[in-house]
Design a protein around this ligand. Structure first.
Ligand code: ADP
Ligand code: GLC
Length: 482
């Protein structure tokens, strides 16, 4: 099958979160399964320098953006057999210091930047000699693609290519003032409450939900959650209407990236049968972070965007309560300044127990995953979450709130007893999280139990094979409908 994917970020070229990991891994898994996957993404600053094998393609975009035109170029990279990445070059839009924002302030023209990207995707789908059978778009940044493709049919361009939209996070919808709609050059009929309009504003994700042929999201539980008012972010009604076409597919893990045996980021390799390297990694991590090097003190870690979603408030509350116990905590994160300050304060209060690092650091992320005993993910909501699955493979026991993909990917003692892989808590409160941490401290005193959890977690298999089969099933159904 030929699948054209589109995403505003793709690892290792650009990344702000799990979206980049997921799209890269899905595309690779499709190629590994013998299909042809091509991914369209922006050429952000620095990509060409970092990946000199990227080649210019003889291709010019000259696309209407409201009452003017925008031009762009195209670059490509063959990543593996069956897998090509297309980079859309538009220096005004994409050659910037950040991806979506600078100094915690979103770029004011994100509507224009991503409407342009969406138009380039549609243009490629139409004019490439390589004809995609499915166009698979991810999140709001390319949410307008299905509407733009449908419009081609209205303009007499024949049957439109079937589209699939994956929602990675319903909380980000790409909402802009009504005037932004003019940049799409779509007829006004698309701007209605059944379509792209959301209370008088343009909503790019809603447009995707309304006009795409099929919708997926990144875990079965999140698929159920988003049709409820509590998790629907105002779009639960629209999603309920499309419930027949909504499938939850758990993300997989790219174990060629996230593994403990052949990983250039780690101090020492280790495996389920040889855990000495994990202990050494813990000591090295404690040293690196300036924490007392102590094997018997349980080390908790978190790697996260510091956003409302991630449960920062209850984490700060629970840690303040629990850090009088014999434990250490480290954080790697970046995001809202008030949340960063919260962790800074915590580190000041418990200087020999808490280490915090702000910014984006791939290497440190792997080292924290490997060196910690427990990984904390107390999310308010979590569409899938990848770090808990990375933790499982790294023998680091995840402590998660039972929501979205966290609930789907971690098994608690009360669910499976001897096959438990992590600790779950349910109520969104500092108290409930503190109780879960207390449970972890108790487990830590029982080497046999710890080893049972680790074994079960490290053996759990979240490779892409199973998930890719489910995506292929979704694509095949689309083609049958044609
Ligand atoms: P989300 O996409 O909501 O941020 P996920 O758990 O799906 O959450 O994915 C987060 C990804 O981003 C993981 O690969 C994680 O390791 C990475 N990540 C988050 N913050 C940082 C950071 N400060 N430095 C390095 N990697 C980070
Ligand atoms: C989003 C979600 C996260 C998910 C990721 C990849 O960023 O917040 O839960 O794992 O997308 O699908």
């Amino acid at each position: 099958m030929k699948i054209l994917l589109a995403s505003s970020e793709v690892f290792p070229f650009s990344k702000t979160g799990g979206l980049a990991d997921m799209v890269a891994a899905l595309a690779r898994a499709l190629a590994d399964a013998g299909h042809e996957a091509r991914v369209v993404t922006p050429l952000y600053r620095g990509i060409r320098e970092k990946f000199p094998a990227i080649k210019r393609v003889d291709w010019q975009f000259h696309l209407p953006m409201g009452d003017h035109y925008a031009d762009g170029g195209l670059w490509e990279l063959d990543v593996a057999s069956g897998l090509k990445i297309y980079f859309v070059e538009q220096p005004d839009y994409f050659n910037r210091a950040g991806i979506y924002q600078e100094n915690n302030c979103s770029y004011p023209d994100n509507d224009e930047r991503y409407i342009f990207l969406s138009k380039c995707v549609v243009h490629l789908a139409r004019y490439l000699t390589w004809k995609p059978e499915v166009v698979h778009v991810h999140d709001w940044q390319v949410g307008l693609v299905p509407a733009l493709i449908l419009q081609q049919k209205n303009e007499g361009w024949g049957n439109p290519t079937p589209t699939c939209l994956t929602i990675h996070n319903l909380a980000y919808q790409g909402v802009f003032p009504e005037e932004a709609f003019a940049l799409t050059n779509l007829p006004p009929s698309f701007f209605n409450p059944e379509g792209a309009e959301f209370f008088g504003l343009l909503n790019c994700l809603k447009a995707g939900i309304a006009y795409t042929d099929t919708i997926t999201t990144v875990s079965p539980r999140y698929a159920r959650e988003i049709t409820t008012e509590e998790f629907g972010c105002g779009l639960d009604g629209v999603l309920r209407r499309r419930a027949q076409n909504l499938t939850g597919i758990l993300n997989g893990v790219d174990y060629s990236e996230w593994n403990t045996t052949k990983n250039p980021h780690l101090f020492k390799p280790y495996s389920v049968s040889r855990l000495a390297g994990k202990n050494a990694g813990k000591a090295e991590l404690q040293k690196l972070l300036g924490l007392p090097v102590n094997k018997s003190t349980p080390l908790f870690g978190t790697i996260s965007r510091l956003a409302e979603q991630k449960g920062v408030d209850i984490q700060l509350g629970a840690l303040a309560e629990m850090l009088n116990a014999d434990m250490q905590f480290c954080l790697l994160g970046s995001g809202a300044p008030e949340f960063e300050n919260g962790y800074r304060e915590l580190a000041k209060r418990f200087p020999d127990k808490v280490a915090v690092r702000f910014g984006y650091d791939e290497k440190l992320a792997h080292r924290i995953e490997a060196g910690c005993d427990f990984f904390l993910m107390p999310s308010r909501f979590e569409p899938c979450g990848l770090n808990q699955m990375y933790s499982l493979r790294y023998g680091t026991i995840p402590i998660v709130r039972a929501t979205g993909g966290l609930d789907d990917s971690v098994a608690d003692f009360f669910e499976v007893r001897h096959q438990a892989t992590g600790i779950k808590f349910y109520e969104y409160s500092a108290r409930a999280l503190a109780k879960a941490i207390r449970k972890a401290l108790a487990i830590y005193q029982e080497p046999k139990l710890i080893s049972q959890y680790r074994q079960a977690g490290m053996k759990a298999d979240y490779s892409w094979e199973a998930s890719v089969a489910k995506y292929l099933n979704v694509y095949e159904k689309l083609l049958e409908k044609q």
